[in-house]
Design a protein around this ligand. Sequence first.
Ligand code: FAD
Length: 386
Amino acid sequence: MERMDGTFDVAVVGLGAMGSAVADQLARRGCKVLGLDRFVPPHSLGSSHGETRITRRAVGEGEAYVPLVTASHRIWREIEAETGRPLFTECGTLVVGPASIESGFVQRTLAVAEQFGIPHERLDGAGIASRFPFMTGLDGALACFEPGGGYVRPEHCIDAQLTRARASGATLCTGEAVVGIRQEAAGVLVETDKQTWRADRIVMTAGAWNARILGASFDRLLMVDRQVLHWFALEERAPFTEASPVYIRMHGPEAIQHFYGFPPLPGERRVKVATEQFATSTDPDAVRRDVDPAESDALFKDHLRGRLAGVRKDAVETAVCLYTVTPDGGFIVDRQPDMDRVTVVSACSGHGFKHSAGLGEALARRLCGETQDIDLTPFALARFRA
Ligand SMILES: Cc1cc2nc3c(=O)[nH]c(=O)nc-3n(C[C@H](O)[C@H](O)[C@H](O)COP(=O)(O)OP(=O)(O)OC[C@H]3O[C@@H](n4cnc5c(N)ncnc54)[C@H](O)[C@@H]3O)c2cc1C
């Protein structure tokens, strides 16, 4: 697919979770790929850092996502076999919520597991406590335990996909910021702070910065929220092992009444825990990167105390990360309405990593005109026009 005029088949703008996956999958198919990133991925300034991401096939966010994460699991295993680098740890995923809520997140998770025949166990409070003693305060709780879930290493995935893309012939330029894109009759122009590139098409995967490049019409669709990750040291007899599952714990009817966390990484005596906030949006270039100890104290007091055993009170490390959130919390994967050669991919809203490898493959198939069985129409922009 080498073009004779020195231009690229596809320019991928942003090489984080999504961009590295798309670039890898396109380059493997023989596309002439240009990848651009303003920083040097994997880095800790966007949405894809902090050591681990939860992955599960029973996704309570909706059935449209199941084929994506299923494909991601297959692709990560392929990359592991090829590179010898561990990416996906199958320690299981435990989703816990109040049994009394009719269609809460745990109920939706169980429904998706049943619909797709995803191996899982349904547990009540006593069942959770006896199997997973790190979880406490479980009166009236219901859980879905998915043994095939677990966590993935985001920085390693990005690095591995970029290495593979390069090996397949992709041109990857880092430390080069895209400042504008333009469509002409014969292709697109990608203007950076260093030069102007030509390509046939563009895939916009700039994460929290997508709206900056795409312009005002995306401002109201892509809100950027500051999120904080906290690491807590484990007490000596903490009921956690490296094989403990990742967990998502809802402990009340309000959306903010939840936290999630991970087992200790091999050789470590600390665990990562976080909650989410959607109340205050931010500018990705002006986000406050430092964390006030009061933020970790509030997480401990409001969420962990009485619900998570064996965790010491004071956080030993924190990190700030960015969600890019759409009005309905779903993805956007669609053409830019004014530029049909530009595909916008915003797969964040806090739950995108698990789908990134599968979505990269689905997009590459679409751009290369291959047939595929993954339906991307649920992520179309049309749903916001109403
Ligand atoms: C705290 C936190 C916890 C999360 N937990 C989970 C989880 O457990 N499970 C899960 O599935 N998902 C989770 N997510 C969501 C998931 O991590 C994101 O959906 C995913 O990482 C987003 O990837 P991205 O490619 O859109 O963005 P990024 O990986 O941030 O990539 C965007 C890239 O674009 C580049 N860029 C920006 N501007 C420009 C420019 N002008 N020119 C060139 N390049 C540019 C950036 O440098 C960056 O490298 C979490 C997210 C956060 C923040």
